[in-house]
Design a binder for this molecule. Structure first.
Ligand SMILES: [Zn+2]
Length: 363
């Protein structure tokens, strides 16, 4: 009997060891991609690992990605390992393979951060950097309040008044949109999309071309945490409602699927999501993708943790008591302790994987 909570890990290093072990035990072909731009808090090397199952020319491919937002990899890695340990690979339908991408953002996973080694939010980095960036006036108005000079009661009270005033005027969801929609003006801020494609961006594109270009149909699940009711996995379609792949996703996931642009999601509309890379790199394949977003805590608590973590890395001391407190809070907000949440994560993941495989093999 597989223990589901034990499929989850307390650190990036533990997750990597478990993932590679479970993938090898299930007969997967492993590949490792070394990130030369960063190292872990313990000085350890950082890798993105992939495990592939099924024939090299499988017509249909299931793809699962963890850690697009670093620390959220505790969740995605756990789901990937649970799939491996519960016999997922052996149950793949005919002519269907699977590609597991473990720790696409190993720096963020290892350091308990959402961002990568460049302070970039990967899910805002997949815009066309040769074009003008989307504007975010809301963030401009809030940038100084988001990154206070010091982390003490006085500054936190005064910056909170700025955020509260924004909510008073525009509403809570508008504040969430201003903060999380993505911004390209403040490299020391949060939800920063960067100024060029990051290592993870370039690497996942190369992986897509190398591993998936022979497939006719590709179904992608990208694991996230931090929005929505505790333990519930919201299936978010990040392509515009007018897109062909949106209709396909709707057919696969039904009314369970939500859309930020359609106004049905807990997520604000975001610029440059990672999932955009797959149809771009695989023009001849039919790509259907969703982000699965597991709820943890209330939005202000989650965003507060992200803001604190950014302050800590920009202006604080990681080795101080405050630094350790903020880090522990960051981990809990994106990876709640205890067995229940983890069991809920896998139950929903297993259901979603089932729907994805059904969609891949239908019609
Ligand atoms: Zn996320």
């Amino acid at each position: 009997m597989v223990s589901i909570p034990e499929c989850f890990s307390e650190s990036y290093a533990e997750a990597r060891t478990k993932f590679c072990g479970a993938a090898a035990a299930a007969g997967g072909a492993l590949r490792s991609y070394f990130n030369p731009h960063a190292q872990g808090p313990d000085g350890g090397k950082l890798y993105l690992d992939t495990a592939r199952f099924g024939a090299a020319d499988a017509a249909r491919m299931l793809v699962m990605i963890s850690s697009t937002h670093g620390v959220e990899g505790h969740c995605g890695s756990g789901a990937q390992i649970a799939w491996l340990r519960t016999g997922g690979p052996a149950k793949l339908p005919k002519d269907t393979g699977a590609l597991l991408v473990h720790a696409i953002n190993p720096y963020g996973f290892a350091w308990t951060r959402r961002v990568n080694e460049d302070n970039v939010d990967l899910n805002r980095n997949f815009v066309d950097h040769d074009k003008g960036y989307p504007k975010n006036d809301g963030y401009l108005a809030l940038a100084d309040a988001i990154l206070p000079k010091t982390w003490n009661k006085e500054e936190l009270d005064s910056t909170q008044r700025v955020l509260d005033a924004y909510v008073q005027k525009n509403g809570a969801f508008a504040l969430q949109g201003a903060i999380t929609g993505g911004q390209y003006t403040h490299a020391d801020g949060i939800f920063y999309g960067g100024s060029k494609p990051t290592w993870s961006n370039r690497t996942i594109r190369a992986i897509a071309r190398e591993e998936l270009s022979r497939a006719k149909r590709v179904g992608v699940i990208d694991y996230h945490t931090g929005l929505g009711p505790f333990g519930h996995g919201e299936l978010i379609c990040t392509v515009p409602p007018g897109a062909k792949s949106f209709a396909r996703a709707k057919a696969w996931y039904g009314s369970e699927m939500t859309s930020p642009e359609g106004g049905t999601s807990t997520s604000a509309v975001v610029a440059g999501p990672m999932l955009d890379s797959f149809p771009q790199e695989l023009p001849d394949a039919e790509v259907t993708s969703i982000a699965i977003e597991y709820g943890t805590y209330a939005v202000p608590d989650v965003l507060g943790a992200v803001r604190a973590d950014n302050w800590l890395h920009q202006r604080g001391d990681l080795n101080s008591t405050l630094g350790r407190e903020l880090k522990a809070n960051m981990k809990e907000r994106f990876f709640p302790a205890g067995d229940k949440w983890r069991e809920m994560v896998w139950t929903r993941a297993e259901q979603t994987i089932g729907w994805t495989l059904k969609g891949l093999t239908s019609g």
